[in-house]
Design a protein around this ligand. Structure first.
Ligand code: ATP
Ligand code: MG
Length: 418
């Protein structure tokens, strides 16, 4: 029996708990618990009791299906309180031995030491690239000779209170939070190819309450953002526009929704029962699609703005990979490609084994990505701890080729360290 790993994706519309077993080449899914979410709005906790109830149900279901008791888990995090900055850290290195793993680690600590406003904390520090003396853009300076090592790092911060609220909900469900992981990093891990990361790509997870973005350039994370608009806003617009209760608007969206005006016939219509009317009335599908298209176009414009704001928009040679439940809306790919003028594909997790039928949808990219990325980050921390403890360069065993490959993506330098 390999090591067990658990991820809890706490979304605005669903909570998804996955129990996996770490195997040589992959993570094998042993149990899944998917339950509707309550008490979250735009990726933030608004009702602790309701949310911990939803988390409990999801955890119990995953325990029943896997036959294991869940004690700790990696947990997804998003919300408009999440911010990111790029920062540099500089350290001196001994020119005799060349750059050691320990030097990278010290440079990262220096980069991490940004001054944060009260009430915020660092969630992730991810190296983008290194400069050794005059040599810039190094991915892996281990073993190279030089005096001055600089790391450029991407730092993601979050509001302490928001993190604590979510932690409280998870703990109320009897689970200890191993670590929080930003949604789009997890999603990126589940669906991006190595080639896309190298070429430059933006992963966009359009969920229920938020749209989460991560930009990868030269194989590393360069920019992340969370936009507080998602599929629930589309359903809200439909509810307002057609005078329907929210649940009915949601159902209408799933049954008749389309994002692309050009793709539907102007003659199509369907019956609904609006508020205050005795009999069902007929709605032109074009009216529905107008409402949806306006919101979808807004979401893509916000995405484009964020890409421009990062300054890396021209580096996305592989374009955009769309995921999240709302990417299932027909016509999303076309509207995205037209608005953003880059290649677009829609992705869902594959390359997973075991109990995976329920997870093969874009809605579960973040949920699946949590397991592997959580493990990678844990290994990295452990290696760092060991390093500080006894100066050893080796952490405990790693979990075979898969993690090693994934590891090198997160921490440039790993593959050169023999
Ligand atoms: N076939 C579909 N057509 C249109 N929208 C869909 C479809 N399937 C799911 N959705 C929408 O996807 C959204 C849920 O997506 P997802 O499960 O990724 O969200 P979440 O993870 O719960 O929320 P978030 O990550 O934003 O907190 C809902 O708004 C739902 O209406
Ligand atoms: Mg989500």
């Amino acid at each position: 029996m390999g090591e067990l790993v658990v991820g809890i994706d706490v979304g605005t519309t669903k909570v998804c708990t996955i129990v996996g077993e770490v195997r040589e080449a992959d993570i094998h899914v042993l149990g899944v618990g998917i339950e509707p979410s309550h008490g979250m709005r735009k990726g933030a906790v608004v009702d602790v009791n309701a949310l911990s109830g939803a988390i409990s149900s999801s955890v119990h279901k995953a325990e029943r299906t896997s036959g294991y008791e869940i004690g700790r888990a990696f947990v997804s995090l998003a919300g408009s309180h999440v911010e990111s900055v790029n920062s540099t850290g500089v350290v001196g290195v001994s020119n005799q031995r060349g750059v050691q793993y320990n030097d990278l680690s010290r440079a990262m600590d220096a980069a991490r030491a940004v001054s944060l406003p009260h009430g915020r904390e660092v969630l992730h520090v991810i190296p983008r690239n290194y400069t050794l003396d005059e040599q810039t853009g190094l991915r892996s300076p281990i073993g190279m000779l030089g005096f001055r090592l600089e790391v450029e790092a991407h730092i993601i911060t979050a509001a302490t209170a928001s993190i604590q609220n979510l932690e409280k909900c998870i703990e109320a469900a009897g689970v200890y939070v191993d670590r929080f992981i930003l949604n789009p990093l997890a999603a990126g891990d589940a669906i991006l190819t190595e080639n896309e990361r190298e070429a430059g790509v933006m992963v966009v997870d359009i969920g229920g309450g938020t749209t989460d973005i991560a930009m990868f350039v030269d194989g590393a994370v360069w920019h992340t953002a969370v936009i507080a608009v998602g599929g629930q806003h589309i359903s809200n617009d439909i509810a307002h526009g057609l005078h329907l209760p929210f649940e009915l608007a949601e159902a209408v969206k799933l049954e008749h929704g389309h994002a692309d005006l050009q793709a539907i016939s102007p003659l199509e219509a369907f019956p609904v029962q609006p508020f205050g009317e005795e009999l069902p009335s007929k709605v032109q599908r074009a009216d529905l699609v107008h409402i949806i298209n306006a919101r979808v176009a807004e979401i893509f414009e916000l995405i484009m703005k964020e890409a421009k704001r990062s300054g890396y928009d021209s580096l996305l040679r592989a374009g955009i990979v769309l995921t999240g439940g709302s990417s299932l809306l027909p016509g999303m790919r076309q509207v995205a490609a037209e608005t953003l003028n880059v290649p677009v594909r829609i992705a869902q997790p594959d390359n997973i084994t075991g109990m995976v039928e329920a997870l093969k949808s874009p809605a579960y990219s973040t949920s699946v990505g949590l397991l592997k990325l959580g493990l990678i980050m844990d290994l990295e921390d452990e290696r760092r701890r060991n390093l500080h403890k006894n100066g050893s360069r080796e952490a405990r065993v790693d979990f075979g080729g898969l993690l090693k490959r994934a590891f090198s993506r997160l921490l440039p330098g790993e593959e050169d360290e023999g």
